[in-house]
Design a protein around this ligand. Structure first.
Ligand code: ATP
Ligand code: MG
Length: 329
């Protein structure tokens, strides 16, 4: 592993025990993040974005089990780290903006106190210093930095303000890695863009790395350095963002991009993605995308295509026919 790597996930598989039996939500994830990188993990609902985030922070419920693979952060194995060490890493070195932020904020506790608690614990600030630091954080994330707003409870905030508060909490201890799990999905399109822009700005100013989970590839087109596409618990393509948009190779990525207004590569119409992504426990054999793929051949139904390096490294793709022309409809 290179000296530069911040987060390295290798062949990670996570299994859930449910009433219907066991199923794998992650089926061998490979993902590498460099320091300071804006890495977008893009996939449909149920693809495994949140499970990936929760595995990194060891927040999985008891019904889940890591059955294979490793997750290392600055060369330390997160999966086997002791509780004490992990407590220091969480919040201090890796922090997270949750998909359902309302669940993770105390709705009736003063906003400033929620941030000050973590600042005092991790950074050892006095009450006065922690309050002043919190006030500056409010300004940084675009919340009014006045006494009145600082003293209000999240319950009295709008959705966009709550999300900004969650960001302030997450960046309070200047982590090396911020995981943002669909940080703005519940908000309107304008606020979504503002929140994504804010995260990009904070990341550029602070130098932290950002792992940004979203189902909307268009949202990260101009912000992400690197994009990994996840489908049914597996990374099927990953590349620097400009390469991915210029020369997507996996049929799923190409169809996903075709849905973005204005992408329309070389004026070609690629059509829509037919069908739906497989549910848990219904993953088809071979390539999980084959039932929806316009290029599928018999071997795609039998063998799982490995994620391999393409000609333009570090572009990687898991398809037996990368970049092949789609048949005319
Ligand atoms: N606590 C759980 N118990 C059982 N199955 C779960 C649990 N959490 C997630 N799963 C399953 O794991 C798979 C991946 O879920 P995950 O929440 O990671 O998807 P996601 O990509 O974050 O989707 P979304 O965009 O809807 O948030 C899904 O099939 C989901 O049903
Ligand atoms: Mg999710």
């Amino acid at each position: 592993m290179s000296q530069d790597v911040l987060l390295d996930i290798k062949d990670l598989a996570v299994e859930f025990s449910a009433r219907r039996g066991r199923f794998q939500a992650l089926r061998g994830i490979d993902l590498t993040l460099l320091p300071g990188q804006f890495h977008a993990l893009v996939g449909e609902s149920g693809a495994g974005k949140t499970v990936t985030a929760f595995t990194i922070l060891r927040l999985l419920p008891d019904s889940a089990r890591v059955v294979q693979g490793c997750v290392s952060f600055q060369h330390h194995d997160l999966l086997s780290m002791s509780g004490d060490v992990l407590c220091n890493v969480r919040g201090r070195e890796i922090s997270m903006i949750f998909q359902e932020s309302a669940k993770y904020l105390n709705p009736s506790m003063r906003a400033d106190r929620q941030i000050m608690e973590s600042v005092r614990f991790h950074l050892g600030y006095s009450d006065k210093a922690a309050w002043e630091y919190t006030r500056d954080l409010f300004a940084k994330v675009g919340l009014p930095p006045d006494r009145e707003t600082l003293a209000r409870c999240p319950l009295e905030f709008s959705g966009g303000m709550r999300q900004r508060l969650m960001i302030a909490m997450a960046i309070a201890c200047t982590p090396l890695l911020l995981i943002a799990d669909e940080p703005a999905t519940a908000l309107n399109a304008g606020t979504q863009k503002q929140i994504t822009g804010l995260l990009r700005k904070i990341r550029l100013e602070s130098g932290m790395a950002l792992l940004y989970m979203t189902h909307n590839i268009g949202l990260v087109r101009y912000s992400a350095d690197y994009i990994s596409i996840i489908y049914a618990g597996k990374i099927i393509e990953s590349a620097p963002a400009d390469i991915l948009f210029e020369e997507p190779l996996h049929p799923y990525t190409r169809l996903l991009l075709a849905c973005i207004p204005g992408w329309n590569k070389r004026g070609r119409r690629l059509g829509e993605i037919r069908g739906a992504s497989p549910g848990p426990g219904d993953i088809p054999p071979g390539c999980a995308f084959h039932p929806r793929c316009p290029l599928a051949q018999p071997n795609c139904r039998e063998t799982v295509p490995p994620l391999v390096r393409m000609k333009k490294a570090p572009h990687r793709c898991a398809c037996f026919y990368p970049g092949k022309e789609f048949p005319q409809a």
